[in-house]
Design a protein around this ligand. Structure first.
Ligand SMILES: Cc1ncc(COP(=O)(O)O)c(C=O)c1O
Length: 495
């Protein structure tokens, strides 16, 4: 029997006309670089108008549209309404501002488009190189392992999964927590980032397995309280397994005494995980390094490349001191993923053995390019610059009679409020909340809010390579002016 060849109509997503697309691509890149060059001229943030929201809520597109039209919609309806984090006066939460180099690296990574789960290809060697450099930056030994992940939350999840595996005295991978003879307990300060709690929940430990330890007046884990909690749990028949220290707490930038926490873990046989999402980078700055002393003793360390090093979202990293344990926690080798001696599956190192993701993007390229183009010393100067700016910010507040700092400025975060004097706490909270929103809505700056000791605080977190000292002066003048207007008018809603 002869097989009839079907009439073949080939469909591809490549352009019909490469020259036209090339021209548009150059145009897009030019537009984007101009946008970045002129960021300072635009508001940091502005609300998305209802008309724009309505235009963005479209039916599922069934038919092709010209890419020029779609790009125009992006330019008209998306680009003018950013979150604001690329702007020099964005100091909300903890975010990086991105860089033009990051744009280029992400573009190359998408075009090259390798799957970083594993295999014998050059991109894998770049991620291995980045992990090796990272070990050197934080004083980890050569046998440590690591993985680029989506961010600090995922890095904490991976670190704590390895901790749970390493500390279970039974076959955790087979039995899960049903095999645990006693509840496994984790210790972290009350200032620990919520991603640690989420990790404990996802890992099946549950919130009741977390002991929240109070902090001292420097927002550091109270070491005596930590020791007492571990001892009490042991006496109650529970199994302490992990202590989480934080290098740079989200609220105030507090730096735990990592050496003392490492001592406790060593003595008690516990896993020591450090969440250094942004604060770990103090370790690369000679004048700040002392704040992170002991970070090199962590069993696992989580941090973000998309925060202080300014890489575009998203890229974080986890390091594990004993690489073999990280691998044992995750490795799975079904037939279709058999690692070979030769050929494309022939690499020694498969990143999918070290975490929960199989297919992975080429995040390593932007980290590799940034480390080579800037050098670690320039990144360190950037960290130091932001810390100097935050300290200046704090000094300016301390010098202004109608403002007050609500926490010490240890690193890059300033928590403060407008305080005309003689007001009760609830009224101060309401005034400062309104003040925060008015500054955001004015487009001048973005800070975000938090509570320090129950008091509502404006929180400026400077992890931004575009911020200048003049920006701080300008924003503080606006805070004072707006605070005065609000105090006089008493026109602010209840919280
Ligand atoms: C201390 C700390 N840990 C973890 C995270 C979570 O990181 P990501 O947002 O990259 O998941 C943050 C975020 O700000 C943080 O400040």
């Amino acid at each position: 029997m002869t097989v009839q060849s079907p009439v073949r109509q080939h469909i591809t997503l490549d352009p019909e006309n490469w020259s036209e697309l090339r021209e548009l691509a150059h145009h897009m890149l030019d537009d984007l670089l101009s946008y970045m060059e002129t960021l300072r001229e635009r508001p940091v943030w502005q609300p998305v108008p209802d008309a724009v929201k309505a235009r963005l809520a479209e039916p599922l597109p069934a038919q092709p549209q010209p890419v020029e039209t779609v790009y125009q919609q992006f330019a008209d309806d998306v680009l003018p309404y950013p979150m604001g984090n690329t702007h020099p006066r964005f100091w909300g939460w903890v975010m990086g501002a991105g860089t033009p180099l990051g744009v280029l690296a992400d573009m190359l990574a998408s075009g090259f488009n390798p799957n970083m789960g594993g295999g014998e290809h050059a991109a894998n060697y770049l991620e291995a190189q980045v992990i090796d450099w990272t070990k050197q930056m934080f004083g980890f030994p050569a046998e440590a392992s690591g993985l680029l992940v989506s961010g600090g939350s995922m890095a904490n999840l991976i670190g704590l999964a390895v901790a749970r595996h390493a500390q279970s005295h039974f076959n955790f991978r087979q039995q899960g927590l049903f095999g645990a003879p006693a509840r496994m307990m984790l210790y972290c300060s009350a200032e620990t980032h919520s991603s640690v709690q989420r990790a404990a929940e996802v890992l099946g430990l549950g919130g009741d397995s977390i002991r929240s330890i109070p902090v001292n007046d420097q927002f550091q884990t109270d070491i005596g309280a930590l020791e007492a909690a571990i001892a009490a749990d042991r006496s109650a028949g529970l199994q302490p397994f992990c202590v989480v220290g934080t290098a740079g707490t989200t609220n105030t930038g507090g730096m735990d005494d990592l050496n003392r926490m490492a001592d406790i873990c060593q003595r008690e046989g516990l896993w020591f995980h450090v969440d250094g999402a942004f604060g770990a980078f103090a370790a690369i700055a000679p004048d700040l390094k002392h704040l992170t002393a002991g970070i090199e003793r962590a069993d696992s360390l989580a941090f973000d490349w998309h925060k202080w090093p300014q890489l575009p979202f998203e890229v974080g990293c986890v390091l594990v001191r004993d690489g073999a344990i990280q691998r044992q926690t995750f490795t799975l080798r079904p037939d279709y993923l058999k690692h070979e001696e030769r050929g494309v599956a022939g690499a020694d190192l498969w990143f999918s053995d070290y975490g929960v993701e199989l297919s992975r993007g080429f995040k390593a390229l932007k980290v590799w390019m940034a480390l080579k183009v800037y050098g670690v010393e320039q990144l360190a100067r950037l960290v130091a610059q932001n810390v100097e700016q935050a300290r200046y910010f704090g000094q300016m507040i301390a010098a202004a009679p109608e403002m007050e700092c609500l926490a010490p400025v240890t690193l890059n975060i300033v928590c403060f409020r407008y305080h005309p004097g003689g007001w009760d706490e609830s009224r101060l909270d309401r005034l400062n909340h309104e003040l925060l929103l008015r500054i955001q809505e004015s487009g001048l700056a973005v800070m975000t809010g938090t509570r320090i000791g129950g008091k509502f605080a404006l929180r400026a977190s400077i992890t931004n390579h575009r911020t200048r000292f003049e920006d701080i002066d300008q924003v503080l003048a606006a805070v004072q002016q707006t605070g005065k207007t609000l105090a006089e008018a008493e026109a602010y809603p209840a919280l």
